[in-house]
Design a protein around this ligand. Sequence first.
Ligand SMILES: *Cc1c(COP(=O)(O)O)cnc(C)c1O
Length: 324
Amino acid sequence: MPIEHAAILAARDRLAGRIRRTPLDRSPCLSDRCDVPVWLKREHHQLTGSFKVRGATNAVLSLSDGQKAKGIVGVSTGNHGRGLAHAARQAGVRCVICMSSLVPANKVEGIRALGAEVRIVGDTQDEAQKEVDRLVAGEDLTMLPPFDHPDVIAGQGTLGLEMIEDLPEVETVLVPLSGGGLISGVALAVKTARPSARVIGVSMERGAAMVESLRAGTPVFVREVATLADSLGGGIGLDNRHTFAMVRDLVDETVTLTEDEIAEGIRHAYWSEREVIEGSGAVGLGALLAEKARPTGPTLVLLSGRNIDMTLHHRIVSDETVEV
Ligand SMILES: *Cc1c(COP(=O)(O)O)cnc(C)c1O
């Protein structure tokens, strides 16, 4: 394994008092429907609205003093960017987020409000990445990637420790899957404590890079397509170093959802659980509702984030047909 269970325990100590310990609650309606106890890990109530702040904070705090003095840089305009900005501000570290001019103004403002410097360069993600490379080479900033990094994986794994502590008898865990940092950490933490537990990764049908890579036996390029599960888009990196192997070795099963099934997860969260969840955070619910994942024994669904455009959310829960 690229990371050891001990690294997750160390991350928990590092994060103590710096992140929220999110609640785990039984869902009466899903438990009835699935004939097994179903529990919801409400991680969308995490600081910054997603679990990404765990990995980001662990990675920032693990930097050397020299690296901290110079600062960090990243390209994500989504949950990873928010996590980095928050983690850096808390640690008193400079944070630069590079993005293309096509990124919507509300996202730019969201990152700025968290205290990060925003550099708008060019009109593609590639040009933004070039600016990152320039800052790494020229100003000696440290680039922190969203998933393929041992400290990021260990930070996300602290979620698995909380799951096991709160539901030691867990048998099935449903986890949203993109680059696999989240599920790698969670699966290592859960399976170390409870080897019989099954960990199931859930992605969207459109552009599921990890699922395609597992099928091919090696990281492959997958074209990115618009999806309601926008935080699950993007590749796993053809030069993936850690998460591909961890997902291959630790994850029992993967399932993929249609856009309608993702929307159904968002609707269920709202109308039946009274929660606002983004598409990527709702795929575990969608998988249960569509009966694509078979829950055996006490089942835990990870709700991973809530950063959805509220106008889009309103349309989805109002049952309008939504094209993204
Ligand atoms: C990043 C993200 C995921 C997927 O995490 P990976 O580590 O890339 O697999 C799932 N849900 C939300 C809300 C995210 O932001």
